[in-house]
Design a protein around this ligand. Structure first.
Ligand code: NAP
Ligand code: ZN
Length: 346
């Protein structure tokens, strides 16, 4: 066992605070990573606050993990000591169901094991990346390029793959008008990928102050959704809306911005269900779809694409002692565009 330093929420009402725990011994198929940086995803905040379902406490959040390999099991084939490596939202799955066989472990029919706030197949709770090391079976470890800024690579493990995967699945690219709804951690990665794939990208935002930043990210257009005139001007315009919004919002209004056959793809997970009027869908044969992170093979493909195309996240590095303040700013939409914890500050 390895004694591990981490930051944990002891229950949904207290702030995160230092908490030590044990990681399992490195088994023959495991890799141990010394964590250097961990991104702060809005899902961390949803889960420590029980927004979605009652969580497992103490909870050590964090699923945008990068670091260096410090130990490999005897049978590990694809990783070596001292290499950079990453871990995202999953650390295990059944590996045999039809989805796992098709590299869609995120949709494992037996349920994938989440990096934290879950129990592994051994029944032991999982603890995430707000900690100084992690032990993971090699099938769920990713290769990370030495070419990119390491701290800015961390958010690719969740914000990156969660936006890359649906854009790939729906073949979003040249000739498409893509709207990215919400310019936060996921949204800004969606803009970068949408632009890289050749789509015309419009950001739909509640924050007028983000316009210049959106353009700097490569967005072609920017719409402030509180301005009825600006919204009217884009009615019926988009082939796809990639919805990254973390809070309750009026789906019917956004559906009116889709063209005929348009698809509204939900990746954001507000704590309350959406209310959708059938009329908002049938006038224009529109679809509402969803997408969850991405499989391991696709996550590696995304990381390699980012290394080739010099794509990373826009980040603000924080000391872990300031995590509560970071969450408060995230709730206000005041992140440009991802907080990343420097794990040295643990
Ligand atoms: P984030 O950085 O906080 O960004 C969310 C953005 O949504 C905000 O920056 C804001 O952008 C917009 N927004 C917030 N409240 C809004 C409201 N009431 N109405 C309209 N827009 C609003 O969060 P994130 O880390 O990108 O995560 C976004 C969501 O995706 C979360 O719910 C998270 O749990 C979920 N998620 C899902 C998956 C998946 O597998 N599907 C993976 C990771 C995360 P503007 O200021 O531009 O309006
Ligand atoms: Zn996440």
């Amino acid at each position: 066992m390895t004694t591990t330093k981490g930051y944990a929420a002891q229950n949904p009402t207290t702030d995160l605070a230092p908490w030590n725990f044990e990681r399992r011994e490195v088994g023959p198929h495991d890799v141990q990573i010394e964590i250097l940086y961990c991104g702060v995803c809005h899902s961390d905040l949803h889960q420590i606050k029980n927004d979605w379902f009652p969580g497992l406490f103490p909870m050590v959040p964090g699923h945008e993990i990068v670091g260096r390999i410090v130990k490999v099991g005897d049978h590990v084939k694809n990783f070596k000591l001292d290499e950079l490596a990453g871990v995202g939202c999953m650390v295990d799955s059944c590996q045999v169901c039809e989805n796992c066989q098709e590299d869609l472990e995120q949709y494992c029919l037996d349920g994938n094991t989440q990096t934290y706030n879950n129990k592994g197949r051994d029944g032991v709770p999982t603890y995430g990346g707000y900690s100084n090391n992690i032990v993971v079976r090699e099938e769920f470890v990713l290769h990370v390029s030495e070419k990119l800024n390491l701290a800015a690579t961390a958010p690719l493990l969740c914000a990156g793959i969660t936006t890359y995967s649906p854009l790939k699945h729906w073949n979003v690219g040249k000739g498409h008008k893509l709207a990215v709804l919400g310019l936060g951690g996921l949204g800004h990665m969606a803009v970068k990928f949408g632009v890289a794939f050749g789509a015309e990208v419009t950001v739909l935002s509640t924050s007028a102050s983000k316009e210049q930043a959106a353009k700097d990210l490569g967005a072609h257009n920017f719409v402030v959704t509180s301005d009825p005139e600006q919204v009217k001007a884009v009615k019926g315009k988009f082939d796809f809306i990639l919805d990254t919004v973390s809070a309750e919002h009026d789906m019917n209004m956004y559906l009116s911005l889709l063209r005929t056959n348009g698809v509204h793809i939900c990746v954001g997970v507000p704590s309350v269900p959406h209310q959708i009027a059938p009329f908002a869908l049938l006038g224009g044969r529109k679809s509402v779809a969803g997408s969850g992170i991405g499989g391991i093979k696709e996550t590696q493909e995304m990381l390699d694409f980012c290394a080739e195309n010099n794509i990373v996240s826009e980040i603000e590095i924080i000391d872990i002692k300031n995590i509560t303040e970071a969450y408060e700013r995230m709730l206000k939409g005041d992140v440009r565009y991802r907080f990343v914890i420097d794990i040295k500050t643990l």
